[in-house]
Design a protein around this ligand. Structure first.
Ligand code: MN
Ligand code: MN
Length: 421
């Protein structure tokens, strides 16, 4: 017999299955299997199996995990074969906790299919620093909570200092030295996205480590200070460490030399509070790439909000894979990939999704609250192709030949790229 849990779950999600259950399995099998191709036969037999003893699971189940991932565990019958891993969660990776905050990351090591993008989630308490450092990949960040002050120096010596709050983003170009500090009242938490699958926050160039690995007499000669000063330097990495709250932004800008040393590039952007790029009754999307934020040369991103029942329309990205971070709500995504493969996975807040380059997909809000997520692409441009738009741009005879849709019906398909439906 089905466990009560399984029964309850399938009824809740698929009320239409009640009527299905009423049919005898012989009648269902006969109706389903006549004249079908092998693949459709398999689909039908999967559908049938879901409603008889075949789907019973008398052994162990991790019920909280199952409840959060119903489609991942019992895929819709349209799923087939194996697609590369599409899902991971920050809640499965260890936190590196230091005085002042913590960090953890999901990279190609955890999600091997994501070769183009890695992500980090970090917390800094009020006053605490992510130490002065740089690294080999651009850093794209989205503030999830609180307030922070960021600094970044251009190679010409001009300096950017700015404050960010929830919903803002920043960019630090590869190799440009930078810092992050938590502000009042309770510091910050943020997401970092790097266009490099094997990136690791543990492998960055730290000011403290560099100093500890350079002969002190060379440091003294380079900086023009005496060796007693060098002897005060930390001998181990600072990485994340507590500090006092900084002066006001205005005071800090003035102290370092004001307009004379100010960067002519802006490295922060108010993403959440910008006008939606597109909105509909199903939700809205805000897109930030090099066209509206010129320093964003290697990451393009969409902040998508889907109302309950809303759909991020069927689409694909022509020249980049996609790395998603789920901020709030519940959703599911199906990714199709040839030959004959499709996989559906569920998402909850703090989960990560991956879509291979060119693989078509949709994302559906399956919860009763807004689904909010970031779609990031390792690209300077946010490019996507809409299925609906494509279907409406071909001559109606062509569409009829492929999908048996007559012209009158075809006119019901949205002719514009809506992004959210
Ligand atoms: Mn960094
Ligand atoms: Mn997408």
């Amino acid at each position: 017999m089905m466990s009560d849990h399984t029964k309850e779950r399938s009824m809740m999600e698929h009320p239409s299955r009640r009527s299905f259950l009423g049919m005898s399995s012989v009648a269902l099998a006969t109706a389903a299997l006549v004249g079908l191709t092998a693949n459709a036969q398999e689909k039908a037999s999967t559908q049938k199996a879901e409603h008889d003893h075949s789907s019973s699971d008398p052994g162990q189940e991790n019920k909280p995990l199952l409840a959060e991932n119903p489609n991942s565990n019992n895929p819709p019958p349209t799923d087939h074969g194996d697609v590369v891993p599409l899902w991971y969660s920050f809640d499965l990776v260890k936190k590196r906790v230091e005085e002042g905050g913590w960090t953890h990351e999901v990279t190609q090591r955890e999600l091997p299919s994501s070769k183009d993008i890695a992500g980090v989630n970090m917390r800094l308490t009020a006053g605490s620093y992510r130490e002065m450092h740089w690294h080999t990949a651009d850093e794209w960040a989205y503030v999830l909570y609180g307030n922070a002050r960021v600094t970044v120096m251009n190679p010409d010596g001009t300096m950017f200092i700015g404050d960010v709050s929830e919903g803002d983003l920043w960019i630090f170009p590869a190799g440009f030295p930078h810092s992050i500090q938590g502000l009042a009242p309770d510091g910050t938490e943020f997401l970092l996205v790097f266009p490099q699958g094997m990136f690791s926050e543990d492998g960055t160039m730290l000011l403290s480590e560099w100093m500890a690995h350079t002969p002190p007499e060379v440091l003294a000669k380079n900086m023009g200070v005496d060796q007693n000063t060098i002897a005060q330097f930390p001998t181990e990495a600072l990485y994340i460490f507590p500090g006092d709250l900084p002066n006001s932004l205005q005071q800090d800008k003035a102290e370092i030399g004001g307009e004379q040393v100010a960067s002519k590039y802006q490295y922060t952007f108010h993403m959440k509070s910008m006008e939606p790029t597109r909105s509909s009754t199903g939700g809205e999307v805000r897109i930030v790439d090099s066209s509206n934020f010129p320093v964003s040369k290697h990451i393009a991103a969409g902040l998508v909000t889907l109302k309950p029942g809303g759909l991020r329309e069927l689409h694909w990205h022509p020249h980049s894979s996609e790395w998603q971070f789920y901020i709030a709500g519940k959703g599911r995504m199906t990714v199709f990939f040839p030959v004959d493969n499709a996989r559906t996975v569920d998402f909850n807040a703090n989960d990560i999704g991956y879509v291979p380059s060119n693989a078509p997909h949709y994302i559906e809000n399956t919860g009763d609250t807004d689904l909010v997520f970031l779609e990031t692409l390792a690209s300077d441009q946010f490019l996507d192709v809409s299925l609906n738009q494509w279907l409406r741009r071909v001559p109606s005879e062509m569409l009829k030949a492929h999908l048996k849709i007559d012209r009158a019906t075809a006119m019901k398909i949205p002719a514009d790229k809506l992004i959210v439906i």
